[in-house]
Design a protein around this ligand. Structure first.
Ligand SMILES: N[C@@H](CCC(=O)N[C@@H](CS)C(=O)NCC(=O)O)C(=O)O
Length: 382
């Protein structure tokens, strides 16, 4: 990896191999067979490229297109690339599969932060050396090898507290979180014994979003790699498929069906994640009411409680999670009334109780900020 040449005709992906959302985009670029280079985000690149693009936020991934446009946010990057490279679309044709794909995108991007952060940061005895080396290799690759891990210390200090401070993982909910993670991985392992991808013979948005936390955290950090990924051969085979350019693209599951093996995963999501998202939507609406002049929302608005298998925790409310939910709702809203009825019927028949309600105060995501719909924030970069 180098620092990147501005005249490079390839896509440049600024990020890290142990970053959840970076490997999501890397997997997509490989799936489409697009030429790209993965670039380390040294402290210098962060100051010279990332922060000017995002208005001061050191975040990865950022994609530079061959035309010189910078895009931040993995979902926005995938949307952009889907628009430009529309063959082998990752959006299935039918409403049920579209909604399932978007729900699994929401699950992967937003809710799998729990196992990803827990199994990285609450198992420091096993993981710390590996993660400090990974961060150090990315941020300070020019330092002598023996002390390079030191360059990872600031990142470890920043992210290391996130499991408890941001996500509210505590001794009170750890056992439930671990039990749910094992159920989820067993269910995925069963699913991938029958299907190559989530919705059949080709990957959807949901595949890329699940791949991020499974590959960059659970399959990379020593403890979860050994205890969670190595025993599950079908997940390993899917991880390999997701890291390659397929020689031929196969079909979606026919008739807009959702495989039965995904149903428990969606049921758990509706039981645990969606009630929390509903609270985020309420907090976001209250904040917008209280701040009528504001066009841009803060990254976090207080905290709200959640449950995982009935164990409680408190997590920060990110209006961004509402924006992610709106991506699910958008598929519902754009469908015909007949298609919506079919979806609702299917959900009721499978014990998936969700109303597909539209947030009263929808939000937008532009220039690395969540903003009030209809407002446009003048910022640099994107
Ligand atoms: N929603 C963004 C999230 C990107 C993100 O959170 N990236 C992490 C690394 S995987 C990061 O850079 N975090 C910095 C921070 O949270 O301030 C995406 O989909 O790209």
């Amino acid at each position: 990896m180098s620092n990147g040449d501005p005249s490079d005709p390839r896509y440049l992906l600024y990020g890290s191999q142990v970053s959840y959302y970076t490997v999501k985009v890397r997997s997509y670029l490989r799936f489409k067979g697009l030429q790209f280079q993965l670039l380390k985000v040294t402290n210098q690149i962060a100051d010279d490229i990332i922060k000017p693009v995002t208005g001061g936020w050191r975040v990865v991934p950022i994609l530079r297109t061959p035309q010189g446009k910078f895009i931040q946010d993995s979902s926005v990057i995938l949307d952009h690339l889907e628009h430009v490279h529309s063959t082998h679309s990752i959006t299935p044709p039918g409403i049920k599969q579209r909604v399932a794909s978007a729900l699994l995108e929401l699950l992967g991007d937003d809710w799998l932060l729990f196992p990803a952060m827990h199994y990285r940061w609450n198992f420091k005895y096993y993981n710390l050396i590996s993660i400090l080396n990974a961060f150090g290799n990315n941020r300070t690759p020019h330092w002598p090898k023996a002390i390079r891990w030191l360059g990872g210390v600031p990142a470890a200090l920043k992210f290391g507290g996130a499991a408890s401070a941001i996500l509210g993982i505590t001794p009170a909910n750890t056992a439930a979180l671990e039990a749910w993670t094992v159920e989820l991985l067993d269910q995925l392992d069963l699913h991938f014994s029958q299907h190559d991808y989530l919705l059949g013979g080709r990957p959807c948005y949901g595949d890329f979003s699940l791949y991020g936390p499974l590959q960059a955290h659970l399959a990379s950090d020593p403890y979860p790699k050994k205890h969670l990924i190595e025993p599950r051969k079908n997940i390993q085979a899917w991880l390999q498929r997701m890291d390659s350019t397929p020689t031929s693209i196969s079909r979606w599951v026919p008739d807009d069906d959702i495989p039965e093996t995904l149903v428990p995963i969606l049921q758990w999501q509706v039981r645990d994640q969606l009630p929390f998202i509903q609270k985020v939507i309420e907090h976001t609406a209250a904040w917008l009411d209280d701040n009528p002049e504001a066009s841009t929302l803060p990254r976090f608005i207080g905290k709200a409680s959640y449950e995982i298998k009935s164990a409680r925790g408190d997590r920060v409310c990110a209006p961004y999670s509402q924006w992610m939910y709106q991506r699910v709702h958008g598929h519902f809203a754009r469908a015909s009334s007949q298609a919506r009825d079919e979806l609702l019927l299917w959900c009721r028949g499978h014990d998936i109780h969700m109303g597909f309600d539209e947030p009263d105060q929808p939000v937008d995501f532009r220039h690395s900020r969540v903003c009030r719909v209809g407002t446009h924030q003048p910022t640099p970069g994107g």
